[in-house]
Design a protein around this ligand. Structure first.
Ligand SMILES: Cc1ncc(COP(=O)(O)O)c(C=O)c1O
Length: 397
C-alpha cells in the first residue's frame, strides 16, 4: 500500500473513479470528484425522479441544511454566515455589488486579481465613478503589504484581493492584508476560489469580511456550486444588489423584510442535488485533512517544477516565496492550446491560461498564454513524471 506520510493515496485513488481514465492534473480547472460526491448528487437526483423535486427537498431537509454546516466548518465560519450560490464569480459579485460605493471611493486591489473581478471594478468605475488603485507587488510577486498600508486614506472603501491567483503559483499574504484592513476599519473582500480544498482556510485568521469560493476546483465538488461567506457583522450592513422573496419576505403590500443570515444573497430556486454534492465534497476534504492535502499537492507541484527544468526551452512562470499546487510554464516551440490537446490525446489533462485571466500580472511580466498544471493529492509522482516525458517528447528541442 502506498501510504503517504498523512494520506492513504491508494484508498483516495480507489475512491476517485476518474483515475483509470485520465492522468488528470488540473485541479485548478475542475478536479476529479470522489465517489461520495457522485453518489450524493446521483442519489438526490434519483430521489427527485421518484418522489418529485419539492418532495425530495422536504424529505432531505436536514441533510440539505447540513450543507451550510459542512461549508462553514471547512472555512472556520458559522453556518448563518454562508450563502450557497452557483459559482465563485456569483459569490464575489453578490458581495461586491452590494457595497454602496460611490464616485471617488477607492478600491485597492492586487496585480494578480482575477479577470472576472477586475471587469466588475471597471463596470463600477464607469457606472459609479469608483477609483481602482492597484497595489504594487514585492520583488517576489506577492501583494506588497507595506505599499498597501501606505496607500490607505479616508477614500479607501474596499480592499479586494485574490488569495491564490488563477496561475502563477502565487499565494498572496491574505492574512497580512486582513490585518491592514482591520487596522483601518476597511471592508475586505477576499477571492478564495483556488484556495478552498487546497489548503486550510480560517476566515477569522484571514480577517476578511467576504470570502468567495467555488466547488469544482480543489474542493472536488460538482460543477455549478460555490459559496459566499459574509462575516456576521456585515450581513445586515448592506442590502444585496438583487433580491427575491426568499432573500426577503414580502411582509405588506409595500414592504419587505430581508433575511438576517447570509442566505439573503441566495434565490428561492436551487440545484439541490449539487448542494448535497458540495456537502459531500466539504466533508470528504475535512476527513482527509486540509493540511495533508496541501502537503501532498504542493510537493507534487514542486516535483513538476523541478522536472520541467530538465526540458530544453521549458520555463516555469511561477512567482512568490511560497508556491502552491498550481504550476504555470511555457516550453519554447510549443503552442499551449494545441499542446494541451495533444496531451489530452495521450491521456494527460492540463490546461492553458490566457493573459486576460490576470491581465495586470500578464502585462507586467509580459506573459504569453501559459500552460497550467495543478496536481491534487490523488495524483502520483509517476503521473507527474508522465507529463514531463510527454512534454519532452512534444518539445522541438
Ligand atoms: C482566482 C479565481 N477567482 C475566481 C474564479 C472564478 O470561479 P468560478 O468559475 O467558479 O466563477 C476563478 C476561476 O478560474 C479563479 O481562478
Amino acid at each position: 500500500m502506498t501510504l503517504d506520510a498523512e494520506l492513504d493515496i491508494e484508498r483516495i485513488r480507489a475512491e476517485t473513479p476518474g483515475i483509470p481514465h485520465t492522468n488528470h492534473l488540473l485541479a485548478s480547472g475542475s478536479a476529479l470528484m470522489p465517489q461520495p460526491v457522485i453518489d450524493a448528487v446521483i442519489g438526490h437526483l434519483q430521489l427527485e425522479a421518484e418522489v418529485g423535486g419539492y418532495e425530495a427537498a422536504a424529505d432531505r431537509r436536514a441533510e440539505l441544511d447540513a450543507t451550510y454546516d459542512s461549508v462553514a466548518r471547512l472555512i472556520g465560519a458559522q453556518s448563518h454566515e454562508i450563502a450557497l450560490v452557483e459559482n465563485a464569480t456569483a459569490a464575489w459579485c453578490h458581495a461586491f455589488y452590494s457595497l454602496p460605493l460611490s464616485a471617488g471611493d477607492r478600491v485597492l486591489t492586487c496585480e494578480a486579481e482575477y479577470g472576472a473581478n477586475y471587469v466588475a471594478f471597471l463596470q463600477r468605475a464607469k457606472r459609479d465613478g469608483i477609483v481602482i488603485d492597484v497595489v504594487p507587488s514585492t520583488e517576489t510577486g506577492e501583494m506588497d503589504v507595506e505599499a498597501l498600508r501606505s496607500m490607505i486614506d479616508e477614500r479607501v472603501a474596499l480592499i479586494a484581493a485574490t488569495w491564490v491567483p488563477t496561475n502563477g503559483g502565487l499565494v498572496n499574504p491574505a492574512a497580512a492584508i486582513g490585518a491592514v484592513a482591520a487596522e483601518h476599519g476597511i471592508t475586505y473582500l477576499l477571492d478564495g476560489c483556488q484556495a478552498v480544498g487546497q489548503m486550510p482556510v480560517d476566515v477569522a485568521a484571514l480577517g476578511c469580511h467576504y470570502f468567495s469560493a467555488t466547488g469544482r476546483k480543489f474542493l472536488r465538488g460538482p460543477r455549478g456550486t460555490g459559496f459566499l461567506y459574509v462575516q456576521e457583522d456585515h450581513i445586515e450592513r448592506h442590502e444585496p444588489a438583487m433580491i427575491d422573496h426568499f432573500a426577503a419576505e414580502w411582509t405588506a403590500t409595500n414592504e419587505y423584510t430581508l433575511r438576517t443570515d447570509a442566505r439573503r444573497f441566495e434565490n428561492w430556486e436551487n440545484a439541490y442535488a449539487l448542494r448535497v454534492g458540495l456537502k459531500a465534497a466539504a466533508d470528504y476534504a475535512l476527513d482527509l485533512g486540509l493540511e495533508a492535502i496541501q502537503n501532498r499537492s504542493w510537493s507534487l507541484a514542486r516535483r513538476l517544477r523541478s522536472n520541467l527544468h530538465s526540458i530544453a526551452g521549458a520555463e516555469v512562470r511561477d512567482i512568490g516565496t511560497e508556491q502552491c499546487a498550481i504550476v504555470s510554464f511555457t516550453v519554447e516551440g510549443l503552442d499551449p492550446r494545441p499542446t494541451v490537446a495533444a496531451l489530452r490525446e495521450r491521456g494527460i489533462t492540463i490546461g492553458a491560461s490566457s493573459p486576460a485571466s490576470t491581465r495586470l500580472d500578464a502585462e507586467a511580466r509580459r506573459l504569453p498564454t501559459l500552460m497550467r498544471a495543478a496536481p491534487h493529492c490523488y495524483n502520483t509522482e509517476a503521473e507527474i513524471d508522465a507529463l514531463t516525458s510527454a512534454l519532452a517528447s512534444l518539445a522541438p528541442g
